[in-house]
Design a protein around this ligand. Structure first.
Ligand SMILES: Cc1cc2nc3c(=O)[nH]c(=O)nc-3n(C[C@H](O)[C@H](O)[C@H](O)COP(=O)(O)OP(=O)(O)OC[C@H]3O[C@@H](n4cnc5c(N)ncnc54)[C@H](O)[C@@H]3O)c2cc1C
Ligand code: FES
Length: 256
């Protein structure tokens, strides 16, 4: 079931140098939500900016929904000006979630970066996960420890400038973990973040025959399969990221 609700903001604050957190209360938009799903937010009552902006669910506690966002352009900048009590029109829950339950004794590794961090923190809160690997440019992106209070996985960071955690790209850590694993095929990877990061993760996975899922957060407009603005190339032809994704199996995706 999908709803287009007018919600009142309960909190909107900066959590570190790069991320803001926005919360609102909505029984309908909170019900049965799973990590990987998203909402499409209308930023202003008038039509400027015209298009809604998609954001992953970051956390759902009872009827309280949280999103975690980075300022990338005008829309997300506008969102930072919103205050407690201001209203937003929110469409959701949208999209197919990450696989939550996994058969057998599989080791689950989540690999996140940038705007891909929120859905994977949510997944690590909802399910049993071994590692949550997060790649950043610098320490400014590192989330306060309390943001991981509900996460049981081992959380590890890499920074490109070595200001926090391991130096380098997040695939450095991923490779170390894979190399230590006796049976790499028992690993299952779930990833969300910049395309270059996810491509590197999928390349590494295919070297070792590792399966996984990637959330392809294409730019979106309608969010409901009508505009065809979010097409993703798959082995079965083009698919809409908003309806048939955003989560796809590694094996489904075609890389140009
Ligand atoms: C399914 C989905 C889930 C998302 N979840 C989150 C989230 O949890 N937190 C969050 O901060 N952002 C998330 N995003 C990205 C978010 O929607 C964009 O950052 C936002 O729409 C940018 O709006 P803007 O007006 O600020 O920037 P614009 O002016 O529209 O764009 C500014 C810059 O951001 C880039 N950009 C825009 N959209 C994306 C995108 N989807 N991926 C990468 N770069 C983009 C543009 O290419 C441009 O360089 C998600 C996107 C999708 C499709
Ligand atoms: S965003 Fe319109 S079809 Fe996907």
């Amino acid at each position: 079931m999908m709803y287009d609700e007018l919600v009142a903001i309960t909190e909107n604050r900066k959590v570190n140098q790069d991320y803001w957190k926005l919360s609102f209360h909505s029984p309908k938009l909170a019900q049965g939500v799973r990590a990987g799903q998203f909402i499409n937010v209308q930023l202003e009552k008038n039509s400027d900016p015209f298009l809604r902006r998609p954001f992953s669910y970051y956390r759902v506690v009872g009827n309280q929904v949280e999103i975690l966002y980075e300022i990338l352009g005008r829309g997300t900048q506008l969102l930072t000006y919103k205050q407690k009590g201001d209203q937003l029109k929110v469409l959701g829950p949208l999209g197919k979630p990450f696989t939550a339950k996994m058969g057998g004794a599989r080791k689950r590794i989540l690999v996140a970066g940038g705007v891909g961090v929120p859905p994977l923190v949510f997944l690590a809160e909802q399910t049993a996960v071994d590692y949550l690997l997060i790649g950043c440019k610098s320490k400014g992106e590192v989330l306060p420890k309390k943001e991981f209070a509900r996460v049981k996985a081992k959380v590890m960071y890499t920074t490109e400038d070595s200001s926090y955690g391991t130096k380098g790209f997040v695939t450095v850590l991923l490779r170390e973990i894979i190399d230590r694993e006796k049976n790499p095929k028992s690993i299952f990877i779930q990833t969300c973040g910049p395309h270059a990061m996810m491509n590197a993760v999928m390349k590494l996975a295919s070297e070792f025959g590792i399966e996984g899922e990637a959330s392809i957060d294409e730019r979106m407009a309608c969010g409901v399969g009508a505009c065809l603005g979010c097409m993703v190339k798959t082995r079965d032809g083009y698919k809409t990221s908003c309806i048939e994704g955003p989560v796809f199996q590694f094996g489904e995706l075609v890389h140009d």
